[in-house]
Design a protein around this ligand. Structure first.
Ligand code: BGC
Length: 886
């Protein structure tokens, strides 16, 4: 969209949110985006003012913080005023000048409101009920009276394992499966909710459904604070001495578990239980099932403001059809694999019991095949109360499924009687990718769905079976793909805190799964997420605070790995390595059905990852200007690189270790191959691909590196051949076998083993679509701003155009190229403050249909020679063309 005025400021954000409520970041990051009608615009100076009211800002004042005029190209400043107080709302605005000396100001002020910053702000105590051991979900009910007008009302609430909060009969917000999982002995997220509009004069009733969730037991903590115009505050909270006003009862949810599902007996509903009728002072009517709520021991962790986007229902699907596969057994097909649940509409006699069973695949007779769910029962039960049409969906479970088998339906259901509810962390979609090669586009869609289905407060490995865990090794593979497809700044920020919580303070060891539920400690050395995520986030947002804050944790983890080396420096332990390669390609790749990769020896992979850790840590420390940290890790990296080559170079195969795709791709990707040997290793890698007729033999880690290493070595046509295979092993094979999300294994398997059909790790190819096929690569984002490159790929069979777009905190960046009639056209969008470099083959280039040489406004020709043409340019929209020689 073309800007309407020459220079505008918009999208004011605080900690990546618009007008956030309940922050606990003492120095929030305030950001904005700038649009300009002139190319090569950059911010020159900016000034942020923060005030207690918007009026103060309008009159030019700032009674909280005035940054003064700051010379910076970054469209953000970190708050550096006086300490912020709990509950304080601050209004803020920004005005700036650009490099053309034009000025602009935010049209309207934005605000942020602090949460409860100090433990002493919490008056509330935890409540529970011993009878909860029955497995039922609980209802809590509390009340208060309001006799004065209300200016503002807030609820601060934490519930474990999952809760749904209601006020005067209405659900307070649209979140589900709240809160995101954490280690509750370390951190418990609380939400701050604006309930001003829900408070009534007179009697008010708070209600909460509370389920088992990941914590395994229902507990609730609520603090309501109501501010009156006369400056007084009414406070109501759980915990002594107010327990007399909180009651608890079993809910109609008689069973709830994440893996096993939920049973809801609508006959047990308590009409109006969350409406302000009846007195809560009187002794509960035990016959009616209500008791006084009881004080519960705190779970131990600090209460912290909810960081990432909450989980919501983000989409609703109508089944493509429903079939009666056996008398009275109906199977709904949603047409694709999702994470979420089913919502049904049904009418029938009281007591009718519906059994819903969820699965990713079907048996030949059309019934659901639950074998790959392993111990997860994934069954919901709904018992009708009778009467009108009843609509129901569960609250405290979710499933990974495409098919829903329903038994007990009164009559014959229609597809319209059931919805597929798609449920995930409600993060924004960040990237868009498009191209005209159908299979690649279909893989991209499946990868994106797979990633989406595994964002549930943590990056889960799968949504269906008895795991749904934050496996660190999988994140090594998928991190870059995930960050391209979704805006995970807040999501991964939270998960990095989970990782830090899980780290052994004495040894620095991390466990395999975060929060730790099972696996080894220390985790497999391929687990580099603690370093890779802050590094990638910094590159994609320009924000280095995570890396800075976690630097001691990063060092400890790398030290822990280094402490496990032998006398020579080889990292000898390995659990998973390049996990789950194709099993059907012979013993040289895999040992029978064992998902470990026989072609990628554990010591080789682990030692390469020790190098990767040390080298990346040195780069991070360098970027943070921490030379004392950088130097020892740079030295460790250099020693390990040298050792890797000496120890694993195999002259007989002209490559590393077994000479497999995994070994050589890993060494090339990490830059472990001495320059003189690179051509030989690349040739061998290509030969290995040819040996398998253009197919990969890699597992979850090295698949990404295979594509990237071939591309970087100028052999993208080989990577393309691998990516576009339609038969085994490859993504095309999955899609040819009805996959709508990416599988865990290269094989089609539905039995009771590791056979998830919705597993992001092999979707690591997703980043390559942006970086190589569309040719859009984020390079760096330092103090000078975002720097990215655009490198259209060489001519590839079946591909004549591709495009990609990424939103960034400073605006959208994008590249689109097409080849028509011997002409390559490349369109590039650079956000204000950014700079792109376009890399083209040698030959004359035109910009906006004029010779490149005549270009002005920040367009710089960096290189024109027989190898390439490279040009850099600042913000704006550009169209380049180049005649291509056949
Ligand atoms: C998980 C994986 C993980 C593996 C071992 C599995 O059960 O689902 O994704 O990589 O265990 O590391």
């Amino acid at each position: 969209m073309k800007p309407t005025s020459p220079l505008t400021v918009s999208n004011l954000s605080c900690e990546y949110q618009t007008n956030p409520l309940g922050l606990d970041e003492p120095a929030p990051r305030l950001g904005w985006t700038i649009s300009s009608d002139r190319r090569a615009t950059a911010q020159g100076t900016c000034r942020v003012r923060v005030a207690t009211t918007p009026e103060i800002l309008t009159t030019g004042g700032a009674d909280v913080w005035d940054s003064g005029v700051v010379a910076t190209p970054s469209a953000c400043l970190t708050y550096a005023g006086r300490p912020l107080n709990s509950r304080e709302r601050c209004w803020w605005t920004v005005d700036l000048r650009d490099n053309y000396d034009r000025s602009a100001a935010a049209p309207t002020p934005a605000w942020f409101e602090m949460g409860l910053l100090d433990p002493s702000d919490w008056r509330a105590g935890w409540m529970g009920w011993p009878a909860a051991v029955s497995g039922a979900g609980l209802l809590f009910q509390g009340g208060f009276d309001i006799s004065k007008p209300v200016r503002q009302a807030r609820v601060y609430v934490a519930g474990l394992g999952y809760y749904e909060l209601r006020l005067n009969g209405r659900k307070v917000d649209d979140t589900v499966l709240e809160p995101a999982p954490t280690d509750c002995t370390r951190r418990i997220p609380y939400a701050t909710l604006d309930v001003t509009h829900l408070i009534r004069p007179g009697a008010n009733r708070i209600g909460a459904w509370v389920g088992n969730g990941w914590y395994g037991m229902p507990l609730l903590l609520v603090q309501v604070e109501i501010l009156h115009p006369d400056g007084t505050t009414t406070r109501v909270h759980s915990g002594a001495p107010e327990f007399a006003r909180w009651r608890v009862a079993r809910s109609p949810i008689t069973r709830n578990a994440i893996y096993d599902g939920e049973t809801y007996d609508a006959r047990l509903e308590r009409p109006d239980w969350d409406l302000p009728s009846g007195s809560l002072e009187s002794t509960p009517d035990r016959l009616d099932g209500w008791s006084w709520a009881m004080s519960a021991s705190p779970p131990g962790g600090r209460l912290v403001a909810r960081q990432p986007e909450p989980i919501r229902v983000v989409d609703t699907l109508r089944p493509t059809h429903v079939a009666e596969v056996r008398p009275g057994i109906f199977v709904f097909d949603l047409g694709r694999n999702i994470a979420g649940w089913a919502r049904l509409r049904v009418r029938g006699p009281r007591g009718t019991t519906l059994l819903l069973r969820f699965a990713e695949s079907l048996y030949p007779d059309g019934t659901v095949n639950p074998e790959n769910l392993r111990a997860a029962r994934s069954e919901d039960v709904y018992i009708l109360k009778g009467g009108d049409v009843e609509e129901w969906e569960p609250r405290f479970t979710y499933h990974g499924f495409r098919y829903v088998q329903v038994e007990g339906w009164p009559g014959t259901p229609l597809p319209d009687d059931l919805d597929g509810r798609v449920v995930r962390s409600d993060v924004a979609e960040r990237g868009a990718f498009d191209c005209d090669q159908g299979l690649i586009l279909a893989i991209h869609t499946a990868v994106r769905r797979t990633e989406a289905g595994n964002l549930h407060g943590i990056p889960t490995d799968c949504p269906q079976r008895d795991e749904r865990l934050g496996w660190l090794n999988d994140v090594t593979a998928r991190a870059e793909e995930a960050i391209h497809n979704f805006d995970l700044t807040r999501f991964f920020g939270k998960w990095l805190d989970d990782i830090a919580d899980a780290q052994d303070p004495a040894t620095g060891a991390l466990p395999d799964t975060i929060p730790f539920r099972f696996g080894f400690r220390p985790c497999d050395p391929v687990c580099i997420g603690l370093l890779l995520l802050p590094w990638l986030l910094q590159r994609h947002t320009g924000d280095d605070r995570l890396a800075r804050r976690l630097l001691p944790n990063l060092c400890k983890w790398v030290d822990c790995l280094a402490a496990h080396t032998d006398a020579e420096g080889v990292l000898t332990y390995s659990f998973w390595g390049d996990w789950a390669p194709p099993t059907l390609l012979g013993a040289q790749v895999q040992m029978g059905n064992d998902p470990r990769n026989a072609s990628a020896p554990g010591e080789l992979v682990s030692t390469a990852f020790l190098y990767y850790h040390a080298a990346l840590l040195a780069r991070i420390a360098g970027q943070l200007h921490e030379p004392a940290t950088q130097a020892p890790y740079a030295a460790l990296a250099a020693r390990t690189a040298d050792l890797f080559h000496r120890r694993f170079w195999n002259e007989a195969v002209g490559g590393y270790g077994t000479g497999s795709q995994s070994c050589n791709a890993l060494a090339l990707y990490l830059g472990l191959v001495p320059a003189g040997l690179i051509p030989r290793v690349v040739d061998n890698l290509v030969r290995e691909v040819d040996r398998y007729e253009g197919h990969l033999t890699t597992g979850n880690i090295c698949t990404k590196y295979l594509l990237e290493a071939l591309t970087d070595a100028g052999r993208m046509e080989v990577a393309w051949r691998i990516a576009t295979q339609e038969d085994y092993p490859g993504w095309g094979y999955m899609l040819a076998h009805d996959a709508t999300t990416i599988w865990e294994r290269w094989e089609l398997a539905t039995g009771g083993a590791m056979n998830s059909h919705n597993h992001p790790m092999l979707g690591s190819i997703g980043a390559w679509f942006y970086r190589a096929v569309a040719g859009l690569r984020v390079e760096t984002w330092g103090p000078e701003g975002l720097r990215f490159s655009v490198r259209p790929p060489p001519v590839l069979p079946g591909l004549t155009r591709a495009s990609a777009r990424l939103t960034t905190p400073c605006g959208p960046m994008g590249a689109a190229w097409k080849r028509t009639g011997g002409c390559l056209t490349v369109e590039v969008t650079v956000p204000v403050g950014g700079e792109a470099s376009l890399h083209l083959p040698p030959g004359p280039v035109r910009l906006d249909d004029r010779p490149l040489k005549s270009a002005t406004e920040g367009v710089r020709i960096v290189r024109v020679d027989e190898r390439s043409t490279v040009v850099t340019f600042g913000s704006g929209d550009y169209q380049f063309t180049q005649e291509e020689t056949a």
